[in-house]
Design a binder for this molecule. Structure first.
Ligand SMILES: NC(=O)c1ccc[n+]([C@@H]2O[C@H](COP(=O)([O-])OP(=O)(O)OC[C@H]3O[C@@H](n4cnc5c(N)ncnc54)[C@H](OP(=O)(O)O)[C@@H]3O)[C@@H](O)[C@H]2O)c1
Length: 243
């Protein structure tokens, strides 16, 4: 199978948390995070798409709206649906069960307009696929019951021509692709912030059945101080230790 070059890029607090913390240093780091990844004048990753987990999309974009389903919709054609093959940027939404209440075909973030691709399994039924088609939102099917992460990347490469992508979080999505051996690089924008909260989401988070707890290691590529005491760390992912 083919795959793009994959970079996990995440903004974290000093204790590795990825939720927002209401201090000016967080806002400065968030601006720099977007500039590195997406903004046309400043980005350095050269990506054509970025992947986000279902919780991240609900938190930031679809706000836990139920999808506008028509249960009597005519059967849609089997397989993938490509509404926009030539977008400059894609927002790749990992939503295996088809839960997100999309109303728009694009996400505006980081100074870039991105066409939405919904990544589903066969568990997402006809009414959900019909809703995506009515809104002009592309979708790909990758897996029967469980998402096939390698197939997701293969389809992004072969159907949409993405040769470099970013995984934008959250922690469950990050860890599931990393544990599957599909990530080339981890980029952490470390913000000089903390709040001591014991249960916020973190950079990597195991959640069954998508991923499990297990040791991994990394090799430093670069460490660069940024504005306002932020630090940009880039790591290569080392091979998984022998079982
Ligand atoms: N600081 C940052 O840079 C940054 C970036 C992104 C997000 N965030 C924050 O992170 C928080 C959310 O993180 P999170 O770790 O809880 O959730 P998440 O990774 O955004 O989403 C997890 C959900 O995505 C789906 N999913 C993820 N990986 C999958 C896989 N391999 N196969 C199938 N489904 C998969 C599942 O959806 P279902 O539950 O529907 O099965 C899973 O429950 C939010 O508060 C967000 O704001 C921070």
């Amino acid at each position: 199978m083919k795959k793009p070059y994959v970079i996990i890029h995440t903004l974290t607090s000093l204790e590795g948390k990825i939720n927002s913390i209401a201090v000016p240093e967080f806002r400065s780091a968030a601006r720099q995070y977007e500039q590195l990844a997406l903004h046309p004048d400043t980005q350095i990753f050269n990506i054509r798409g970025y992947l986000n987990g279902r919780v991240t999309t609900d938190d930031n974009t679809t706000f836990y709206r139920p999808p506008d389903l028509r249960l009597d919709a005519a059967p849609v054609p089997e397989g993938d649906f490509i509404a926009e093959p030539d977008a400059a940027m894609y927002y790749v939404s990992i939503d295996p069960n088809g839960r997100l209440g999309w109303q728009d075909t694009v996400v505006d973030y980081g100074g870039v307009r991105a066409h939405v691709i919904s990544v589903l399994t066969e568990k997402a039924g006809n009414a959900y696929r019909d809703m995506l088609r009515r809104h002009g939102i592309s979708y790909i099917i990758a897996g029967e019951e469980r998402l096939d992460n390698a197939l997701v990347l293969h389809k992004l490469y072969t159907l949409f021509g993405m040769d470099r992508v970013m995984i934008g979080g959250g922690g469950v999505l990050n860890w599931s692709f990393l544990q599957a051996g599909l990530v080339d690089e981890v980029s952490v924008l470390l913000a000089p912030i903390a709040d001591g909260s014991p249960d916020s989401p973190r950079l990597f988070q195991a959640r069954e059945p998508y991923c499990s707890v297990g040791p991994r290691s990394f090799t430093l590529i670069e460490a660069r101080p940024l504005e306002d005491s932020s630090l940009w760390l880039r790591y290569r992912v080392n091979p998984a230790p022998a079982a």
